[in-house]
Write a protein that binds this ligand. Sequence first.
Ligand code: SAH
Length: 211
Amino acid sequence: MTSQRARARMIERLKEQGITDAQVLAAMSAVPRHIFVEEGIQHQAYDETPLPIGQGQTISSPYTVAISCQLACRGQRLERVLEVGGGCGYQAAILSRLAKEVVSVERITKLVGRARQSLRELRVNNVVVKNSDGSFGYPAGAPYDAIVVAAAMPYIPDEMKQQLKPGARLVAPVGAGDVQSLILVEALPEGGYSEKTLESVRFVPLLPGIS
Ligand code: SAH
């Protein structure tokens, strides 16, 4: 079940669910998802489900990762991307195939160590994992071609939007309960931002500070 065949089935399912970006599908087909989860649950790695990654956190389901990447990347090859909530590093590995450079910010030190190790194992060398609170983005690496937030935010702070290049997009789950709305923000080339509310999603909450 950890084989290329399980991954191929996941790709077919993602297509049926509306993932059309060839770059995203190719990235998800190339990156072994089972490497990022505990051995005991590796047989579930390609199912359409979130999975525990320790420290009370979860790796998002394949569809959630795919739709976030598809929306953020707009079918283009990007220079620099920010991920807030790096977790086990899986989504960062996907983004590493869609952008030249990825900055992934994670507040839990233990997860940072594991993510770095898994990314090293896969010889992904264009992702920098920072042990930092990404509630307001990561200004030191700005501006970004895309920002993908993987933890539920109460609102999207202006400081984070300001880290987008003109024309760039930010995708974030916004809401206080168990179910949130996926919000797509675009930095308009003429200035200002457009904002669209998309589908309902379930993410773990964004928390302050480093742990
Ligand atoms: N994209 C991840 C899934 C992340 S789950 C993956 O592929 O595995 C959400 C992650 O956001 C958790 O690991 C959690 O610790 C982290 N997180 C929560 N609040 C944060 C914050 N303020 N800054 C950085 N990371 C945060």
